[in-house]
Design a protein around this ligand. Structure first.
Ligand code: NAD
Length: 369
């Protein structure tokens, strides 16, 4: 039996191509791992009648660790999104997105090393919404008026923003534990507590309480989200770990991906107490499906995060070093890493993956390469 058993959801659109790349690269590190390939998404729906079959959930429940390719959010099916359903099912409350500059990647900055940790279950993304002109919407408007004296226009839609001490505490604690584990120095909590006193104010107050438990070990500071955006653009090198509620985390993690070269290089992990699912930040880019064109890097780097989580630090370092070397050389890279997007010297997904595997082999056994 393999040392690690991991559920693998290849996804749809470009998912199967980048998943194949990640799978081959992870195996090339020599780590003792077995993948259980299971389905989710629209193609699985066509085969099984379910977007997220019980068999897939069972596999993740058993293995507790999964890696997945992107999945198209279908319009008009039962779920809002398979991705959201998975995060809910396994209570994956921390979304971790490292954004790091690699030599060779064209970007405005070359000194960024930020980890964005986003709360994944609450806030305006909790899915509690009231649609325009529905009876329940009129009722909630009336109730709010009678409770607060504030008026809401009757032609309004409403989204609710719940922020709890429980939800905040666990994600902020995760950020501090991550800092200790990875030898990082500072956690910055990002909020808009000056305006939303009872939600962001609570997030900040709770974060300060958690920070006190780590005093002297990890530095702590807070930033208002608008100021944070400006500072990240002006001096991203001043930041280390950011911890944010769901909506700000979603926006700031794309901003940070942009600081280091875009979606092609942005890996991610969704972590909970009962398990973890690793996935690239990017989506299923359906227009590139099956064209052997897209960049496999984000998915491969998600594999690096997974290897770290599994305690396979040496394999993780090896895989990251191989990817970094291919990017630094800049020869066998996909179109999005080239100065001109239609550069004929760009290679395909498979060829870039092969180049990374060659580097892994060379690094493992330099005398044979
Ligand atoms: P997207 O990330 O799929 O694509 C946006 C653009 O980014 C693409 O057109 C392409 O130019 C570029 N891009 C993305 N990945 C790339 C890669 N690996 N290499 C090179 N270029 C790349 O975003 P979208 O078009 O907004 O979403 C498409 C679908 O994916 C939607 O259904 C969305 O809901 C879904 N989605 C899924 C996930 C997930 O599974 N976690 C995440 C985001 C979006």
């Amino acid at each position: 039996m393999a040392k690690h058993k991991v559920s693998f959801i290849p996804g749809d659109g470009i998912g199967p191509e980048v998943s194949d790349a990640a799978c081959r690269c992870i195996q090339a590190t020599g780590v003792d791992i077995e993948f259980d390939f299971v389905g989710a998404g629209t193609e699985t729906f066509e085969e099984t009648g379910s977007l997220l079959p019980e068999k897939t959930l069972e596999s993740i429940r058993e293995n507790k660790v999964a890696i997945k390719g992107p999945i198209t959010t279908p319009v008009g099916y039962g779920f809002r999104s398979v991705n959201v359903a998975l995060r809910k099912e396994f209570d994956l409350y921390a979304c971790v997105r490292p954004c790091k500059s690699y030599p060779g990647i064209r970007s405005r900055y070359n000194n960024v090393d930020i980890v964005v940790i986003r709360e994944n279950t609450e806030d305006l993304y909790a899915g509690i919404e009231f649609e325009l002109n529905k009876p329940e919407t009129f009722r909630i408007i009336e109730e709010i008026t009678s409770l607060t004296g504030s008026t809401i226009r009757p032609d309004s839609g409403i989204s609710i923003k719940p922020i709890s001490i429980t939800g905040t505490r666990r994600v902020v604690k995760y950020a501090f534990e991550y800092a200790l584990k990875h030898g990082r120095e500072k956690v910055t909590v990002v909020h808009k507590a000056n305006i939303m006193k009872y939600t962001d104010g609570l997030f900040l107050k709770t974060a300060r309480e958690v920070a006190a438990e780590y005093e002297g070990r990890v530095e702590f500071e807070d930033r208002i989200v608008d100021n944070m955006c400006m500072q990240l653009v002006q001096r991203p090198e001043a930041y280390d770990i950011l911890v944010l509620s769901n909506l700000y985390g979603d926006i700031i993690s794309d901003l940070c991906a942009g600081l280091v070269g875009g979606l092609g290089v942005a890996p991610g992990a969704n972590i909970g107490d009962k398990g973890a699912i690793f996935e690239a930040t990017h989506g299923s880019a359906p227009k590139y499906k099956g064209l052997n064109r897209v960049n496999p890097t984000a998915m491969i780097l998600s594999g690096v995060l997974m290897l770290e989580y599994l305690g396979e630090a040496a394999a993780a370092r090896l895989l990251e070093a191989a990817v970094a070397e291919v990017m630094r050389e800049g020869k066998k890279v996909t179109y999005d890493f080239k100065e001109h997007r239609n550069d004929p010297a760009a290679v395909g997904t498979r060829e870039m993956t092969d180049a990374i595997i060659d580097k892994i082999r060379h690094m493992r056994r330099p005398h044979e390469a």
